[in-house]
Design a protein around this ligand. Sequence first.
Ligand SMILES: Cc1cc2nc3c(=O)[nH]c(=O)nc-3n(C[C@H](O)[C@H](O)[C@H](O)COP(=O)(O)OP(=O)(O)OC[C@H]3O[C@@H](n4cnc5c(N)ncnc54)[C@H](O)[C@@H]3O)c2cc1C
Length: 213
Amino acid sequence: MGSAVPISRILDIGANVLPRVMHLALSELGTPAIRNRATLGGNICIRERRMSAFPVYLLLDIQLELKRAGTTRWIPLSRFAPGGGKIDLQRSEVLTRIRIPFAAWDFEVYRRINRETSDSADFLSFCGLARTEKNVIQDIRIAYGTAGSEVIRSREIENELVGRKLPIGKRELGPIMEILDAALALAADALTSFKRERIRSLLGWFLAELPDR
Ligand SMILES: Cc1cc2nc3c(=O)[nH]c(=O)nc-3n(C[C@H](O)[C@H](O)[C@H](O)COP(=O)(O)OP(=O)(O)OC[C@H]3O[C@@H](n4cnc5c(N)ncnc54)[C@H](O)[C@@H]3O)c2cc1C
């Protein structure tokens, strides 16, 4: 996808092509007027903030094509925007294309808390993806966006969950929440107690909703 395509255009042409969760995240981004103007490239390249759909871009493992005179490089989003507000955009470089892999997920969720504005101190977005087989988690990815300088993702939780049988029991949930609390304690942005509580409850909710089949 070209980086300068407005989000409304991506939504029009991509309804049957985009991963469902990405379509949902883009359709909830700002107002119709904002979506007509804002481009996907601009949404990714804001230096100091990771915007509302960022957790989705990250978990889908999108790849970016960056160009400057005579050189082209492809880089995964996770390396382009590793957190703390920095992006790996070099002098005179522009983001030209965005590659979105099409992996099949059995369960894909995107939620916005405090949906009116991504500028609110209590803004939170959540993305969860899972693949299950015979009641066992094969792959799972979980990330939160705070519209601050980083996205919260704990690989340790994901690794803990892979191979677990569904449903996840209350006793199993305790140690997972402890890992989450440790990850939140390391978050670069100050998190309000409302956000912390929502982050915990979203994880509990997502795990409870995973279809056992
Ligand atoms: C009322 C309102 C509500 C909003 N709600 C949301 C929301 O819910 N979720 C959300 O995510 N955002 C929201 N936004 C922010 C909006 O989506 C962003 O401003 C927009 O995504 C930026 O896209 P743009 O194309 O206008 O980029 P620009 O503002 O033009 O650029 C942003 C930055 O990226 C750089 N840049 C742009 N394109 C490239 C490129 N191709 N290569 C390299 N660098 C580039 C620019 O130099 C600039 O530094 C909202 C904004 C408003 C005003």
